[in-house]
Design a binder for this molecule. Structure first.
Ligand code: GCB
Length: 647
């Protein structure tokens, strides 16, 4: 039963039990925010960089490059952080490089941080692709596997051991994918001297985006007091017009502390307070968090202010952390997706973190442009295909009311050897990391554990049963899905998901050029999946490539007209089925994006409705017209939408 449909007292009791689940992770991963007790220092900018082009790719480790300045080990170049390194230079070998690359930067750490032994100094990387090792002044401080999630290390004691030294940060990053990484890949050595140069090898992957690499998200130094808020978990509910905010605060660095937890509304008024580490706060006349285009004032955020006070031999210290909180519920019936008990229809997009030059590197102008385009389009949602996006993007979603299906990097699990225990254990761990990072975002309404795995293979049943069960134990408040392109009758994971997400490309990869098959095949697809599982369905991908500026009438593949006509054909079927059990449509893709080179890709995937430079193709206008119509039918538009110039 959905949380929000339980009677009042039961709801509070239920809230008290959720998130009791134990993560395999022993600390939190709160987003570093400045406060009266915390400082943040951004280390974005130019770093020294060196790719280890030795045949073994191991020269850097053999010669311990981390022990001295990188520039003393050999030639270095300037590399922007954050950015993928692949497209920044003119060197094709660096664009396609596989193996270890080395980054280094010397940082000035404020002396008051060093002098005050009560200050924790934490070095945090927003994400680096894929396997990272980090040193400070030649001492290894952490190792992390996985490309899209943050990692950090406390480095205060190391810096204090020799305050005369500056802080030299070295990060080695390796983009090699194996059968047990997420996403998986294989390295293939091609040894025939009549065909390939000496030492030739390639990285094979089973996904359709360029394997960009490097330090992709901001690197930060931040401080906290010795006793600090390590983690906060918030789960929300409401009954009539009372909001319920269950929180759990974990404090580290002291076992005797005083807590003050206050929930503030937008205008800074305290609406509820407590001094307990775990409590259900009641908010009278609650302002719920609503998605964009579903309510006149969407995305209402409260702020949970947590104060931890400790006193140690006469000195008191305080840590302060503020967490944005949106009060909303999510639930699923056999044919509907409910937000705050009201049916929600996903009319949105699939995205990629991808742009010219910076690849997957974090970039504020791009992020803000994309949000402006989403709003222009009338999109109310997106899926983080095919990996977790930057935390800052999810914060934007919270603030703008864009609903998110949060996908882990389980894309391209196609080889039966990737269904073994090592892979599963890693996949479970990545879900731990993802939920630990994203659990408090009201915009995140569903977890997606994979995209288009070979879910017809026999081991997929145990694998997905375990994975989905684990995800639900970690977070019993959100539905779980994975995205399938498998045949409904052979799909082994579908019995365990809450929502069926299905991708199809009729008249593209099958029956190329024949749009007349779309109504029949799409209708059959929906009827088959619903008939077998009786679960709501999202068309999680559909689309066609269009090279911007290429035209033909009658439409032909790769023209803007063909892309438009494919979309319209799908929309006719969606309009019948959304009255029954289809709960959403997500276009593939928001924008063109880079892929590996291949005979089906013309400098990348061109299924964007915007070009890679974010200019609209004809299809964007079709979709805009549709999404605003859907919004008018199903939601309540914010007042400012009556004045389109404010868009
Ligand atoms: C898919 C994949 C996506 C591809 C897309 C395509 O099914 O999920 O990653 O890019 O098809 O364009 O082939």
């Amino acid at each position: 039963m959905a949380a929000s449909r339980r009677p009042g007292l039961l709801r509070v009791l239920w809230l008290l039990t959720v998130f009791a689940a134990v993560f395999s992770l022993d600390s939190g991963m709160l987003y570093p925010r400045e406060s009266s007790s915390r400082e943040v220092k951004e280390l974005s900018g130019l770093w020294d960089f060196r790719a280890d082009k030795s045949p073994s790719r191991n020269q850097g480790f053999n010669e311990a490059w981390y022990k001295r300045r990188l520039s003393e080990t050999g030639p270095v170049i300037d590399m922007p952080v954050p950015s993928s390194y692949n497209d920044v230079t003119q060197d094709p070998a660096l664009r396609d490089f596989i193996g270890w690359v080395w980054y280094e930067r010397e940082v000035v750490v404020p002396s008051r941080w060093i002098m005050d032994a009560g200050t924790r100094i934490v070095l945090r990387v927003g994400s680096a692709h894929y396997h990272s090792v980090m040193w400070v002044n030649g001492v290894q401080v952490t190792v992390h596997k996985g490309g899209h999630l943050p990692f950090e290390a406390e480095i205060g004691s190391l810096l204090r051991a020799d305050p005369s030294k500056s802080c030299r940060i070295t990060v080695a990053v390796n983009n090699t994918l194996t059968l047990d990484t997420l996403p998986p890949g294989t390295i293939q050595h091609l040894n025939d001297p009549t065909k390939y140069p000496n030492g030739f090898f390639v990285q094979n992957v089973y996904f359709d985006f360029f394997n960009y690499a490097g330090i992709h998200r901001p690197v930060l130094l931040y401080t906290t007091p010795k006793a600090y808020v390590d983690d906060i978990t918030v789960v929300t509910d409401f009954t009539d017009n009372t909001g319920l905010v269950k929180y759990q605060v974990s404090v580290k660095g002291s076992s005797s502390f005083t807590l003050k937890v206050t929930l503030m509304d937008k205008s800074g008024h305290c609406v509820a307070a407590s001094s307990k580490p775990s409590e259900v706060l009641k908010v009278v006349d609650v302002m719920l968090w609503w998605p964009y285009l579903m309510h006149e004032s969407p995305a209402y955020l409260y702020s949970l202010e947590v104060h931890v006070l400790t006193s140690d031999m006469g000195t008191t210290s305080e840590d302060v952390y503020s967490l944005p909180v949106g009060i909303r519920t999510v639930s699923v019936t056999s044919s509907q997706f409910l937000i705050n008990n009201k049916p929600f229809y996903f009319h949105g997009v699939n995205k990629h973190e991808d742009a010219d030059i910076r690849g997957k590197g974090f970039d504020w102008p791009l992020i803000v442009k994309d949000f402006n385009l989403l709003k222009w389009l009338g999109a109310n949602s997106f899926r983080t295909s095919h990996y977790p996006y930057a935390e800052e993007i999810l914060q934007m979603c919270d603030r703008h009311g864009i609903v998110v299906i949060d996908e882990c990097p389980g894309v391209g699990i196609k080889d039966i050897r990737s269904y073994g225990n090592t892979s599963l254990t890693h996949h479970l761990f990545v879900m731990d990391e993802l939920i630990r990072r994203d659990k408090n975002h009201p915009s995140v309404v569903m977890w997606s554990v994979a995209n288009e795995p070979a879910s017809e293979m026999p081991p997929a049943e145990y694998y997905f049963k375990t994975l989905i069960k684990h995800t639900k134990t970690l977070d019993p408040t959100r539905p779980v899905t994975y995205v399938t392109d498998s045949n409904y009758a052979r799909d082994k994971g579908a019995p365990f998901v809450d929502v069926i997400c299905v991708n199809s490309y009729f008249s593209w990869y099958h029956d190329a050029g024949h749009m007349e098959v779309i109504p029949i095949q799409l209708n059959t697809q929906f009827e088959n999946w619903y008939g077998k599982y009786h679960k709501p369905i999202i068309q999680s991908e559909y689309g066609a490539d269009a090279v911007p500026g290429i035209h033909s009438d009658p439409p032909m593949m790769f023209t803007e007209e063909y892309q438009k006509a494919v979309l319209q054909s799908y929309h006719n079927v969606f309009d019948q089925k959304r009255k029954q059990y289809v709960i959403g449509e997500l276009i593939w893709n928001f924008a063109d994006f880079m892929t590996a080179q291949g005979i089906t890709r013309v400098v990348g995937n061109k299924k964007g409705i915007f070009s890679r430079q974010r200019q609209p193709k004809s299809a964007a206008f079709i979709l805009k017209e549709r999404y605003w119509r859907l919004a008018n039918e199903t939601g309540r538009l914010p007042i400012w939408t009556k004045y389109p110039c404010s868009l």
